[in-house]
Write a protein that binds this ligand. Structure first.
Ligand code: DGY
Length: 320
């Protein structure tokens, strides 16, 4: 029997020895993702694909592919046509769980940085503008005791809530499914409609996956409901926020500030009007970027890939 072949669309932060004992491995070593045309050719000759959220794995590519498994190194998989893969009985793996804490930590890093204007303060200092201690220099709101609205209450939303308890916050959450009363009580959280949450929250943090019903969930109307002092955090997916609405809300003072780790599109175009705003922090999709977390994500992606090659059930399979 000929040896299985796999294609990995970027260098990974783990050793590939174990995988090499199952398959001949090709790694795309460029910094940029393989172009779609390259992927179209590759998938015609491989048994397994290990991809990232920057690779478009659409129906055309899936239908041309000879692969038995698609393993994504990410928890989100909105770049993959799951229905097309399922129709061809191709299991798709993801890497849930291991990035929950890193992403929740990063949501907090952004929340604190936006509230206390850390990035502006650094720019101010480097511009040699620090002349003395001033009573009203770079003021921001209190985080302790404020109201936090969590939109989307899966693993990461819940991890954010656990951290918020330490800041003695009032915590509202909205989600497709309401949590059981025991969990609500232990986390000290209150279920709310999105409208109520937006009206009441000092900080709003997004943790919903990207799907048809979350596409531009935040548009003009949602920003209009928010407090002028509110701060919005997004570590989920860029397309949950309409970027034109975000620009209008921040530039008109409809909300006070935002901090986003994800944008629509990614990377953010260098001429985006959002880049002109002082009250917006933008980071390059690094929510899960702790060394330990990225190694664990890669290890799970490889375990999923090997399981698919050997015909076993993937440890983390997303097909219904
Ligand atoms: C994911 O895993 O979906 C994140 O966006 C990247 O870590």
């Amino acid at each position: 029997m000929s040896q299985a072949k796999v294609f990995i669309t970027r260098r990974l932060p783990v050793e590939l020895e174990q995988l090499r004992s199952h398959a001949w491995v090709e790694v795309w070593t460029e910094r940029q993702p393989p172009p779609y045309e390259v992927l179209l050719e590759k998938v015609k000759e491989i048994d397994g694909l290990l991809c990232l959220l920057t690779d478009r794995i659409d129906r055309q590519l899936i239908e041309l592919g000879t692969f038995k498994v698609i393993s994504q190194m990410a928890v989100g998989y909105d770049n993959i046509d799951i229905a097309a893969a399922t129709a061809r009985q191709i299991p798709v793996g993801n890497t849930p769980g291991v990035l929950t804490d890193a992403t929740a930590d990063f949501a907090w890093a952004l929340l604190m940085a936006a509230a206390r204007r850390v990035v502006e303060a650094d720019r101010f200092t480097r511009a040699s503008l620090w002349q003395t201690w001033e009573p009203d220099l770079l003021l921001g709101p209190n985080v302790t005791g404020a109201t936090l609205g969590i939109v989307g209450f899966g693993r990461i939303g819940q991890a954010v809530a656990r951290r918020a308890k330490g800041f003695e916050m009032k915590i509202l959450y909205t989600s497709k499914h309401r949590c059981n009363p025991e969990l609500e009580q232990s986390l000290g959280i209150e279920f709310a409609t999105l409208e109520y949450l937006l009206q009441e929250s000092d900080f709003v943090t997004l943790h919903t996956p990207f799907a048809e019903d979350t596409n531009h969930l935040f548009s003009d109307r949602q920003f209009q409901l928010m407090k002028p002092s509110a701060i919005l955090i997004n570590t989920a997916r860029g397309s949950v926020i309409n970027p034109d609405s975000l620009y209008r809300a921040l530039s008109s003072g409809q909300i006070a500030a935002a901090a986003v780790d994800v944008t629509e599109p990614e990377p953010i175009p260098t001429d985006s009007s959002l880049l002109t705003l002082d009250n917006l922090i933008i980071t390059p999709h690094i929510g899960s970027a702790s060394r330990q977390t990225r190694s664990k994500m890669a290890a799970i992606a490889i375990a999923n890939l090997i399981a698919g090659l050997t015909g076993d059930r993937l440890p983390y399979c997303v097909n219904p």
